[in-house]
Design a protein around this ligand. Structure first.
Ligand code: DX5
Ligand code: ZN
Length: 222
């Protein structure tokens, strides 16, 4: 069954511990942790110290999505802080093969992220070496943006590439995934669904997480 990864940047930082517990009670499989530096993307979030405080208290794996310049420099810190999955953008990593290996050497699953405006051919080679590919379905930087419809065509293409080049590589999708389109994302081959506002904009985080898990459970990949 596909995995659900609530993106906590869409949550309420005042109550984040409580909200993470609610997601986990609702069946979250991973906690998606967005790291932004105000340079690679026009927003700033949190770093390894916050990740460490969370990882000490939760049992589900933490999926760190690095939207920062020079991610190589910070990979060891995020791994040490307890990130179990770490992904970097193809758009700002010049030596992706080396970086993916570096992430794995630190004991985490290694992922490559691709923005909506970047051709999928850019990750054709990296896919062979990645544990997962993260397909952005919004331009990275903010929660609560609308899903870019073209992303579904790209998801289908990516699925074909993955099946051909590295069937063990998981496909994660991030941005604008909600109750209305999550089943279609699973149908087209997403293995990991990141959901921010589609969970945290709801007053009952636990119920909403459970509801999305039920939709995922009844959807089937084609
Ligand atoms: C956007 C982040 C996402 C974001 C998703 O740059 O990578 O993880 O929080 O939020 P929604 O699901 O609201 O688009
Ligand atoms: Zn993300």
């Amino acid at each position: 069954m596909a995995l659900l990864a609530p993106s906590i940047m869409a949550g309420d930082w005042w109550n984040i511990g409580k909200q993470i517990e609610e997601c986990i009670r609702g069946g979250a499989d991973l906690i998606h942790f967005d790291v932004m530096d105000g340079h690679f993307v026009p927003n700033i979030t949190v770093g390894p110290e916050v990740l460490s405080d969370i990882s000490k208290r939760v049992k589900v794996p933490i999926d760190a999505h690095l939207m920062i310049e020079n991610p190589d420099r910070y990979i060891p810190e995020f791994a040490k802080a307890g990130a179990n999955w770490i992904s970097v953008h193809i758009e700002n990593v010049p030596h992706i093969h080396r970086t993916l290996n570096f992430i794995r050497e630190q004991g985490a699953k290694a992922g490559v992220v691709i923005n909506p405006g970047t051709s999928l051919t850019m990750i054709e080679e990296a896919i062979r070496h990645a544990d997962f590919v993260l397909l952005m379905s919004v331009n990275p930087g903010f929660s609560g943006q609308s899903f870019i419809e073209r992303s579904f065509d790209r998801l289908s293409q990516l699925r074909q590439m993955r099946d051909q080049l590295n069937p063990d590589c998981l496909i994660e999708i991030d941005g604008g995934i909600k109750e209305e389109n999550i089943a279609e994302a699973v149908r087209l081959g997403a293995d990991v669904l990141v959901v921010g506002s589609g969970i945290f904009a709801h007053p009952k985080v636990e119920d909403q997480t459970r509801k999305l898990k039920e939709i995922i459970a009844s959807a089937k990949a084609i």
